[in-house]
Ligand binder design. Structure first.
Ligand code: FE2
Ligand code: FE2
Length: 217
């Protein structure tokens, strides 16, 4: 249930969607760069496919923003700044060729946030009509497949000696901090989507494979 339904509900929903759309753009950019670093052709193919899906997700949310708030809105959630900090870290990993760490950031943490938001979005958008529901379900399935891809490839890369589990756990702790800042910077999301911040944070951590979240808070 929404706690803060008011006359500006569409504008507030649009502000949250701006963070979501920017996250989709980041996922697209990150997956494209990851594809150039992948040594396995199958991995590169999946990442290119993911990038195209993220581009479509961004289009969908950008259309949603135009629908909810046709006029430009100067107000910006702190989540935008937090997401840009997340992006800086992700791009630094990619520029340095740290593909495994980038998988932690993009496929495990950022996708974890996307899964969490998409699984709760129904509660909120129900009042805006059921038309969004099939799209929401399709997007959620795709984000789950991106998350699962990270969970499969990370141990494989560690087994191949291309990274080690200690480094990945350290990266997980750092990306979780950045991801939690994004969640905190979208306070309006929690009022409208019906779950307290602590539940989002815990769900994000719980979605990680057990070996990866060991030692993270
Ligand atoms: Fe996406
Ligand atoms: Fe995704």
């Amino acid at each position: 249930m929404s706690l803060l339904i008011g006359p500006d509900v569409n504008a507030r929903a649009a502000r949250v969607l701006r963070v979501v759309a920017l996250g989709e753009r980041l996922a697209e950019e990150g997956a494209r760069l990851q594809a150039t670093l992948a040594r396995h052709p199958r991995m590169a193919r999946f990442l290119r496919h993911q990038a195209s899906q993220e581009q479509l997700h961004a289009f969908a949310f950008e259309a949603g923003i135009r629908y909810l708030a046709p006029k430009a809105d100067p107000a910006e959630l702190p989540g935008i700044k937090a997401l840009n900090q997340f992006r800086e870290r992700l791009l630094a990993d990619l520029e340095q060729g740290r593909l495994a760490e980038s998988l932690v950031g993009l496929q495990m943490v950022l996708e974890g946030i996307a899964m969490e938001v998409l699984s709760r979005l129904r509660l909120d958008l129900a009042r805006n009509g059921a038309r969004f529901e099939p799209l929401r379900r399709r997007l959620l399935r795709q984000e789950e497949s991106h998350h699962a891809f990270g969970a499969v490839w990370l141990p494989r890369m560690a087994a191949e000696g291309r990274t080690d589990r200690e480094r990945l756990r350290a990266a997980t702790g750092e990306y979780l901090l950045l991801g939690n800042a994004v969640l905190e910077g979208c306070g309006e999301l929690f009022a409208d989507f019906g779950a307290p911040l602590a539940r989002y944070r815990e769900a994000l951590r719980q979605a990680l494979p057990e070996w990866l979240r060991e030692g993270t808070a």
